[in-house]
Design a protein around this ligand. Structure first.
Ligand code: FES
Ligand SMILES: [Fe+2]
Length: 348
């Protein structure tokens, strides 16, 4: 075996330090487009979806003209919510706490029985909401390029997959006891397939699992050839920081891992199938089993990181190059702000 210089993994501190989590919230999750739902959840004006985006409660609502509007789910009076549930219908924008009412642009129109005029310009904090192939993304930063420009070459790469012809089938949600990067690290390498996913590895050629980027470290496409006669075709796509899809014959799953805090992450799967797809229940079961296996190993990794014995390890030059690119994106976003080098706060 030839000797190559090994690249170190991201040190443990990046997974545990509350200051680094706070930097990530502002320098990654506040500056990127993050998928928070699906357009089919918003068929009528007033329909909304609400989500915790790296600790920020946000919601997107269908407007009367068919467009989407998004706001922080926070009233400027005393931080009450505008919507309570993760999704539903609410015709107006009225705070659930004391009833202040806002117009469709989020401007205050009535401070109910307040006893004084509210300061002029009082409003909800508006966010950006844009869609791609039925996926609803939000962005907290007005200076980030529009979603389509942001996704760049990923869009052309995904053209070949007929994802917009599939119909929503079901959703699963898991609250994982791990930092979001532990799950992300696992997603962008196929090294663990034969050991963590024995059943899946009987269906795809796990040792030929390839993770390929096309020059943009924000995304990559994974393939594994299918063994004859088995239903998995094995195509996975990843887009930084936490969006991915899995394509299989007759359908797909959208998979995302939204951090809810430094040590907890929600793993959300949404399944879609063609009307004539076969073996739908078997495919969903296989995918859920794979997710359980990934969560099991990831939660153990998190425990070991928290135990304080591990500082950093080494990346496989054969299987973990995309993981190295992900770690570099994290370093680039975080390091200028570590230990008070600069203030990470960009969202008021
Ligand atoms: S917090 Fe919204 S009206 Fe009081
Ligand atoms: Fe896995």
């Amino acid at each position: 075996m030839t000797s190559v210089s090994l690249t170190e993994t991201l040190p443990t501190r990046y997974y545990l330090d509350p200051a680094i989590w706070e930097i990530e919230r502002h320098q990654i999750f506040a500056k990127t487009w993050v998928m928070i739902g699906l357009e089919h959840q918003l068929p009528r004006p007033g329909d909304y979806i609400a989500e915790q985006l790296a600790g920020w409660p946000v919601f997107v609502q269908r407007a009367e003209d068919g467009s989407l509007r998004a706001f922080h789910n926070m009233c400027p009076h005393r931080a009450g919510p505008i919507v309570y549930d993760t999704g539903g219908h609410q015709a107006n924008l009225v705070c659930r706490y004391h009833g202040w009412a806002f117009d469709k642009e989020g401007m205050l129109i009535n401070a109910r029985d307040f006893g004084a005029e509210a300061p002029p310009g009082t409003c909800l904090t508006k966010l950006r909401a844009q869609t791609w192939r039925g996926f609803v993304f939000v962005c907290l930063d007005p200076s980030t390029p529009d979603l389509i420009e942001w996704l760049g070459g990923f869009i052309a790469e995904c053209e070949q997959y007929p994802t917009d012809h599939y119909t929503f089938h079901s959703r699963t949600v898991r609250r994982m006891e791990m930092n979001w990067k532990v799950y992300n690290d696992n997603f962008v390498e196929g090294y663990h397939l034969p050991t963590v996913h024995p059943a899946m590895s009987r269906e795809v050629e796990a040792l030929q699992y390839r993770v390929e980027g096309k020059g943009d470290p924000k995304w990559n496409i994974h393939t594994a050839p299918r063994r004859d006669g088995i239903s998995w075709s094995g195509v996975w796509g990843y887009f930084f920081p936490c969006f991915s899809f899995d394509i299989f014959p007759g359908g797909m799953a959208v998979e995302r891992w939204l951090p809810v805090g430094k040590d907890q992450t929600d793993l959300i799967f949404e399944y879609f199938f063609a009307d004539d797809a076969d073996d739908v229940d078997t495919i969903v079961k296989s995918s859920e089993d794979v997710a359980d296996e990934d969560v099991r190993v990831g939660e153990y990794v998190q425990k070991n990181l928290q135990a304080g014995l591990y500082r950093a390890g080494w990346l496989s030059p054969k299987y973990e190059l995309a993981l190295g690119e992900f770690h570099q994106l994290i370093r680039d976003a975080v390091d200028p702000y570590v230990d008070g080098a600069a203030s990470p706060v960009t969202v008021r």
